[in-house]
Ligand binder design. Structure first.
Ligand code: ASP
Ligand code: MG
Length: 389
């Protein structure tokens, strides 16, 4: 008998018949003697629709109010899911994040889980009741409702799996597994059967949307067996675990991001002042490119550009904005130590040298910052060279 945390994403919960289908699957798990804990995200597009509703009321809603609004999405799916389980004669009860004691900091819209005070959850499981928990949300010490950032229900699932010392945490989605590359660019991208926490962390942080990066970091910290699976097909999906079980160095996959903007500026202020100004406004700096001494270039998500420019107005003399920016990342353990692979990468990038702004690498990834026009070409070439398609 295993204790398994199963998290269902929005596309898996798209309609009531999707929910009924999943409840039927859980009936089988329960019949096999497993204990199941369900984590749900909002039904597909619900969170986006709620954000659109807010934007029709005002440009800059209070982050507290936004959290109150966005957490309603998961309340819909959790209650429907619990009803569906009940209708298959499975005792079930739905819970909000605060009801299961997910305590976060008070950083609205991007809160971090501090601890789980989960006695109620443990008692529920002990009494043979399947808990259905709203992902993506918690409550701060000040008793305010918070959310964990877009895609944050994966992080709820891993945190709950760690708290319960579950045997496995399964993330159900609309693809069969983590893929070697984006199938819209590499149509024959392959399924990845196994990947290490470190590589998955790089993939997720550098653009692969299949998992919330913070969920992977948490799984690594608590050594949780994490699996990405399809809710529509049978199959093993992708197992994410530690490096030791992995085969030797291979290029595992390619991630990319194109919703990026570079800001170049001249300032008499030091770099700390600049960083502080960005962090105060919740703007993450993705990459720094310093080509010369008196100007600084950094890259942020494009949707943060207006906020960034307003913040920078006070402390800079001249600002240039370039939204023709893409980041293409090749992922694999020990990349920076393998000359052969690096040579192959350089042979490809050489042809596009003029359009490449910078190359960064670390132990697990190599990232090329370029104009958007060569992004697809680079991804296609890399996937041919490293047998990813
Ligand atoms: N519903 C939230 C979102 O759309 C959380 C999640 O899906 O993980 O971002
Ligand atoms: Mg997701």
């Amino acid at each position: 008998m295993a204790l398994i945390v199963k998290k269902f994403g929005g596309t898996s919960l798209a309609t009531s018949s999707h929910i009924t289908h999943l409840a039927k699957q859980i009936r089988k798990d329960v019949d096999n003697g497993d204990s199941i804990v369900v984590i749900v995200s909002a039904m597909s597009s619900t969170t986006d629709n709620l954000l659109t509703m807010a934007s029709k009321i005002c440009d800059n809603p209070e982050t507290r109010e936004l959290d109150m609004l966005l957490t309603t999405g998961e309340r819909i799916s959790m209650s429907l899911f619990s009803m569906a389980l009940n209708s298959f004669n499975i005792k079930s009860c739905s819970f909000t994040g605060s009801q299961v004691g997910i305590i976060t900091d008070d950083n609205h819209n991007n809160a971090r889980i501090i601890e789980i005070r989960g006695n109620r959850l443990k008692d529920t499981i002990k009494n043979g009741i399947v808990p259905v928990i709203a992902g993506f949300q918690g409550i701060s010490e000040k008793k305010e409702i918070t959310t964990l950032g877009r895609g944050g229900s994966d992080t709820t699932a891993v945190a709950i799996a760690a708290f319960l010392e579950a045997d496995e945490c399964e993330i159900y989605t609309d693809v069969n597994s983590v893929l070697t590359a984006d199938p819209r660019i590499v149509p024959n991208a392959k399924n990845i059967k196994e990947i290490s926490y470190n590589e998955m962390l790089e993939m997720a942080s550098l653009g692969s949307a299949v998992l919330h990066p913070r969920a992977v970091a948490l799984a690594k910290k608590f050594n949780i067996k994490l699996r990405v699976k399809s809710s529509f097909n049978e199959g093993e999906g992708t197992m994410i675990s530690d490096d030791s079980s992995m085969e030797g160095l291979i290029v595992r996959g390619i991630s990319h991001k194109e919703d990026l903007t570079a800001i170049s500026l001249k300032t008499k202020n030091d770099i700390n002042t600049l960083l502080n100004e960005m962090y105060k406004n919740n703007i993450k700096i993705k990459f720094f490119i310093n080509k010369d001494h008196d100007s600084i270039t950094f890259i942020i998500d494009s949707d943060k550009i207006n906020k960034a420019l307003t913040a920078l107005e006070k402390i800079t003399e001249s600002v240039k904005v370039n939204n023709d920016i893409a980041a293409i990342s090749i992922i694999g353990i020990g990349l920076n130590n393998n000359l052969d692979i690096n040579k192959k990468i350089l042979e490809i990038t050489d042809k596009y040298a003029k359009e490449i702004e910078a190359i960064f690498f670390n132990e697990f990834s190599l990232t090329i910052i370029s104009g958007k026009s060569i992004m697809n070409k680079l991804i296609t070439k890399f996937s041919e060279t490293f047998d990813l398609g």
